[in-house]
Design a binder for this molecule. Structure first.
Ligand SMILES: Nc1ncnc2c1ncn2[C@@H]1O[C@H](COP(=O)(O)OP(=O)(O)OP(=O)(O)O)[C@@H](O)[C@H]1O
Length: 337
């Protein structure tokens, strides 16, 4: 659905060039939820704004649905952009227009008949759960409700792609989750390809199928979310994964246990059905080692359940080595920490 080929972008500031993107290659499939994660200044906003040419790349190609956007005339680009919706961190709503008018705006620009606009606005209000708020102004809404208006407006012209520029960064955790759930429903119901940028691994883990990690204007790692989560390669990816992995309490416990003596502490990650099976207990029965749970969590990676247990293994050296091998042979990720 979206291909970025050797994309470069630098900004001109005075007489100097500020590099923002350096040789980006990305391919995003139809119907995917694709996340791009990076620290501040890594180039995320520039990247997503290049996907609808809000930002003109310095060189490279941006192909959306088979069309190279960089080759279009201004008029053709305007037409094509109707098929690419976008939502923003600070919502960008018209403050002097009601919720209904904000959603109707792109339909009016597309010169749709009045009856069509009425019908579509009602449909979109229902989709985002704001039927009761049609005549309110943005100032009368909460952050989450404003973002719902932003989403409805972005969907007005039935786009094939929805770009989300830090769409939940201004929201509290609970509201973030409700907006992410809405995006996931929209992706399922309407089959829209969603690209989102964020600096929060939690967002990636909740709804994305694949993720790219951007650092210094380059993609340093990309892959299915579960792979990147379980086997992060690049130091920046590892940092992001740690954001959602270990609590301070765990780090303190591990440090304390290690200080007390020569302890083997492992982090075991379960994915999918294994999450609910007594794999650990069965393995210990085989090897004769025993374990002491230091921390455990069960969560979800989009639709896949996953669990992490941090345990201290106890037994003879050979039993411990056998246990780690046996767990790995059962397909579990085991990291000795
Ligand atoms: N309009 C601009 N003029 C000059 N430099 C810019 C401009 N916009 C971005 N930059 C620079 O380009 C680089 C990438 O910026 P970008 O905003 O894309 O990063 P980001 O990952 O989205 O960061 P943040 O999360 O802080 O928004 C940074 O060095 C930034 O200072």
């Amino acid at each position: 659905m979206i291909q970025l080929q050797d994309l470069h972008k630098h900004y001109i500031v005075g007489k100097s060039e500020v590099p923002a993107l350096s040789g980006i290659h990305l391919s995003i499939g139809k119907g995917e939820i694709f996340g791009v994660i990076g620290h501040s200044g890594a180039g995320k906003s520039t990247l997503i704004r290049c996907m609808n040419l809000l930002e003109q790349p310095t060189s490279g190609r941006v192909i959306v649905d088979g069309v190279d956007l960089t080759s279009l005339t201004a008029r053709e680009l305007q037409e094509k952009r109707r098929r690419i919706g976008m939502i923003f961190q600070h919502f960008n709503l018209l403050s002097s227009a009601t919720v209904g008018e904000n959603i109707a705006f792109p339909l009016q620009l597309a010169r749709r008949p009045k009856a069509d606009i009425e019908r579509k606005v009602a449909e979109l209000l229902k989709l985002v759960g704001l039927e009761q708020h049609r005549d309110k102004y943005p100032a009368q809404l909460s952050g989450g409700q404003k973002q719902r208006v932003g989403i409805a407006r972005a969907l007005a012209n039935d786009p094939a792609v929805l770009l989300c520029d830090e769409a939940t960064s201004a929201l509290d955790p609970q509201t973030t989750n409700s907006i992410l759930a809405l995006l996931r429903d929209i992706n399922r119901q309407l089959g829209i390809t969603i690209v989102l940028i964020t600096h929060e691994m939690h967002v990636i883990r909740s709804i994305c199928d694949r993720v790219a990690v951007i650092d210094g204007g380059q993609i340093v790692e990309t892959g299915p979310v579960a792979d990147v989560f379980l086997r992060p390669q690049h130091p920046t990816t590892k940092e992001f994964v740690e954001q959602v992995a270990d609590s301070m309490e765990l780090q303190e416990t591990v440090a304390h246990e290690k200080a007390v003596g020569d302890r083997t502490i492992v982090r075991i990650t379960f994915l999918g059905e294994q999450t609910y099976q007594p794999v650990l207990f069965e393995t210990m029965m085989e090897t004769g080692a025993s374990f002491n749970i230091l921390q455990g969590t069960i969560s979800r990676m989009k639709d896949t359940p996953y669990g992490q247990l941090v345990v201290e293994l106890d037994g003879k050296k050979e039993q411990i080595v056998n246990t780690v091998t046996a767990l790995r042979n059962r397909g579990l990720e085991v990291e000795v920490i």
